[in-house]
Design a protein. Structure first.
Length: 217
């Protein structure tokens, strides 16, 4: 992947603010930044989707589902999805039930992904697997879950776990994902050099809060 300038890189950024203390003014600020710099989306808490769409109706808005721990029920996650769709959301980053992965219940994970993808329809579903808690074998199994569940992306991390994205996981995903499934990296990706490294490794999206600061100079 070759980039001619930083504006091209910003087209792959989900400009993110998911802090529990984010105020309305903070959300509107990052929405304005996302619009100004042409990021792929703005990724914000579900409670702020309607605010973002009210003020920035053309903006591609992403929100999180079952975030950040993933162990809410599938029905609860589906309710979150439907509410966000009604608010105008375009993209959804869902967290898997990590305990199911630790139990080896990968069929249940696939079924949940399938159900959420059916609910979002032609909108974008990204599946957060939280790599910092997984063995290599679990990561490989989850690549199959994401593929079989017809999700659009696998995503490394919430940014709230014990570690963020690692380039080694991107290489592993590329070997085991099915055709058409893209990769999003997030968590501890702060510098322009880090962003470019993950994009060159094979990511289509980067979730970051500081990308505009790093790349807009």
């Amino acid at each position: 992947m070759v980039f001619t300038d930083n504006r091209e890189i910003l087209k792959h950024i989900d400009h993110t603010l998911l802090a529990a203390y984010a105020a309305s003014a903070d959300i509107l600020r990052i929405c304005g930044e996302a619009e100004k710099y042409g990021t792929a989306s703005v990724c914000i808490p579900p409670a702020y989707v309607s605010l973002a769409k009210e003020h920035f109706p053309e903006l591609n808005v992403c929100t999180v589902i079952g975030f950040p721990l993933g162990y809410s029920s599938t029905n609860a996650k589906l309710a979150e999805v439907r509410d966000a769709i009604e608010s105008g959301c375009n993209e959804f980053d869902m967290v898997i039930n990590i305990s199911w992965a630790k139990n080896g219940e990968f069929g249940r994970i696939t079924d949940e992904i399938t159900a959420l993808k059916k609910a979002v329809g032609d909108k974008t579903l990204k599946v957060i697997v939280e790599t910092c808690y997984l063995t290599e074998g679990e990561k490989i199994a989850l690549c199959k879950c994401v593929t079989d569940g017809s999700a659009d992306y696998i995503k490394t991390s919430t940014g709230f776990g014990t570690a963020g994205a690692a380039l080694s996981d991107i290489e592993l995903f590329k070997k085991h994902l099915g055709a058409g499934v893209k990769i999003k990296a997030s968590g501890s990706i702060k510098s322009g050099e880090d962003i470019v490294a993950f994009l060159k490794a094979g990511c289509d999206r980067i979730g970051a809060s500081s990308a505009i600061t790093a790349l807009s100079g």
